[in-house]
Design a protein around this ligand. Sequence first.
Ligand code: TRP
Ligand code: SF4
Length: 409
Amino acid sequence: MTSTESTPDTQRTEDRVLSGMRPTGALHLGHYHGALKNWVQLQNTHTCYFFVADWHALTTHYETPETISAHTTEMVIDWLAAGVDPNKATLFVQSRVLEHAELFLLLGMGTPLSWLERVPTYKDQIANLKDKDLTTYGFLGYPLLQAADILIYLARYVPVGADQIPHIEMSREIARRFNNLYGKDPQIEAQARAAAAKLPDAVREQLLALRRAADQEGLTEKREQARELISASKLSRAEKDALRAQLSGGRRQILREPEALLTPESKLPGLDGRKMSKSYGNSIAIREERASVEQKVKRMPTDPARVKRTDPGDPERCPVWQFHLAYTDDATHDWVRRGCTTAAIGCLECKQPVIDAILREQQPMLERAQPYIDQPALVRDILADGCDKARTTAQSTMRAVRDAMGLKI
Ligand code: TRP
Ligand code: SF4
């Protein structure tokens, strides 16, 4: 029990980022301006794992599994088109890293049913998707599978939209519960004291102050600062582990509590002004044909007050204005405001700079996608490689998990 040999090395995992998307097929500009642009930035500063959550897709689409593989390829090509770089981030497919299933199963042993039933999306989705029977074991387990996805990489940050926050919160509770149940270690206090004695006086005192603040005032950021202080110290791996364990209430931290990294909401609405969504039929795909982009924008509804070309309008009542805000510069905004309110410009004229900007944004994405469209084997290779890397990490966590649970002979 006291061996730290299979404690995963949390030091190098400090900044791991993990996120996943269900394979829904081709992505649209809302996905690009929301999630993907954020991923592309994160891959430059963090160790990133991005994966296709195909098992999650099956929780709702178990009757049509045949669509999943094509949707996976389409979606990954869009990731690559957007600039997600397989040399920087690890791209993989959930169903090919079987360890996710093992952790999901083991976590399920100690997860109260009530935790799953009270996730807000659970009852909502069952009510919303009436044409599907979602009173299944798999669908109830959705957030637990997501917790396994996250915890198996000891991810620190999980970039997600606001709708996913309850799932991340539950992942934190699951990690805490796991560490409480299986991380008990009577020798920790003694080991931690011995380790602390080796620290320079000033550092030891600072650590003590942070730990007190965290324990007595419940300030989680103090605990995080203390963790950083421990990581930065010159102690051995085992000594650092002991100090970290003391920090988490005498438990070894086998699984890490992740933090949600809230993805800023895309400023781009759909063509009709509602949220952009494929199911509303108001989206522009990342790799939409040029002619189709032009046609879609030209057909966008505008301020209903502009019936005739000579009727003035108000940009605030027009979805095209939101596109200008996302795509064009201040000078163009002035031109639109003035031209619209005085009827100096027509709506088609107003839409042209938006069309140009979207096409300009898409050009490099189309170019990046082309080799993968020509040779889908390249996508398979990238994913095979990513799956291997992800599996190595996942296996290391699973060794520690099995060990902590006593599943060892
Ligand atoms: N539930 C997420 C969604 O619908 C997808 C997902 C599955 C995920 N596992 C994850 C996201 C792990 C982040 C981390 O968008
Ligand atoms: Fe909308 Fe532009 Fe037409 Fe005004 S001029 S209603 S902002 S499209």
